[in-house]
Design a protein around this ligand. Structure first.
Ligand SMILES: Cc1cc2nc3c(=O)[nH]c(=O)nc-3n(C[C@H](O)[C@H](O)[C@H](O)COP(=O)(O)O)c2cc1C
Length: 284
């Protein structure tokens, strides 16, 4: 395999940063609002962000020290002071305003005003949420893990979610979030973003434990079937024992693989396995 190797210790920070933001992509975006001790409001997006546990619900994001000056961002300074913050989800409707809120305004500048987004008063914490966002979390600081002390070093802020706010309009009839309705945006490398609703596809989880790739015979494993097609064969819990009538197997190997592909793509996995077993017995 022809890989280019990049040793972070032998390369500059900017190129490592670009590797990370394109290679770890798409990332969800936390639109974080926080306050300083004088109740000055701050708003900024962070895509080094994720959820880490459900019991208790923990989320984390990482404001880096400025790549240019090495100084901490306002969000980090605020959360050190007031130990709370809100996270609002970023949607297609507001992503341009969110990008605007990421400009390096002075610490006393309210990015809600600069970006034209609206404050939503929350129940438990003093920081506001973003009223245009359909999903807001009120968080209290759990821990800040400093990941270095150089320009672009991260500061992982972990927070416990004290309250979720979900707009009724993004819920389905079971009361769960409908991914098409919530319309989240993710961040990819450089200026690129991802619209979740236009890139969704479904993979049904195996109900039990699948038989695995190692149970697929070599004449199928080494064929032109793609990994996704082989996965469907491997996902079955038990290989069926029933066979197709042997005298019906009157086609060559290429035709066998085409028939197999067709069955897999029609999601007729038991039939596909029957065909494999029958082909095997006929050609043993
Ligand atoms: C979509 C998006 C994602 C961003 N993600 C991060 C991030 O994960 N970490 C970071 O330090 N800066 C990130 N930034 C840049 C910050 O938003 C920017 O530095 C901002 O000015 C910080 O604001 P503050 O000083 O008010 O905290 C991101 C910017 C955008 C537009």
């Amino acid at each position: 395999m022809n890989y280019k190797k990049i040793d972070p210790k032998k390369n500059d920070v900017v190129s490592i940063y670009h590797l990370l933001i394109s290679g770890v992509s798409p990332r969800p975006i936390a639109l974080v609002s926080s306050l300083d001790n004088n109740k000055n409001v701050n708003l900024a997006p962070f895509s080094f962000y994720n959820a880490f546990g459900a019991n208790p619900p923990i989320i984390g994001f990482s404001p880096a020290l400025s790549g240019r000056t090495g100084l901490p961002k306002d969000t980090l300074l605020n959360i050190r002071e007031t130990e709370e913050f809100s996270v609002s989800v970023v949607t297609t409707d507001i992503v341009d305003q969110v990008s605007l809120s990421s400009c390096e305004f002075d610490r006393n500048v309210d990015e809600f005003v600069k970006s034209g987004l609206t404050k939503k008063k929350l129940d438990i914490i003093n920081s506001p949420g973003v009223a245009e966002s359909p999903f807001i979390m009120e968080c209290k600081l759990l821990k800040i893990i400093e990941l270095g002390n150089k320009p672009a070093s991260g500061n992982l802020i972990l927070g416990e979610v004290l309250m979720f706010h979900v707009k009724q309009s993004v819920l389905d009839d079971k009361g769960r979030i409908d991914l098409k309705k919530i319309d989240q945006v993710g961040r990819s490398g450089g200026p690129w973003y991802t619209e979740v609703k236009n890139s969704l596809f479904k993979i049904d989880k195996p109900k039990g434990i699948g038989v695995g790739f190692d149970k697929i015979p070599a004449f199928v494993l080494n064929s032109s079937l793609r990994g996704s097609e082989l996965s469907k064969l491997a996902n079955i819990q038990k290989i069926p024992s029933q066979k197709t009538e042997i005298d019906k197997i009157d086609f060559n190997y290429e035709e066998f693989i085409l028939k197999l592909k067709d069955l897999i793509n029609k999601n007729e996995i038991n039939q596909a396995w029957n065909l494999i077993i029958s082909w095997n017995s006929k050609n043993e």
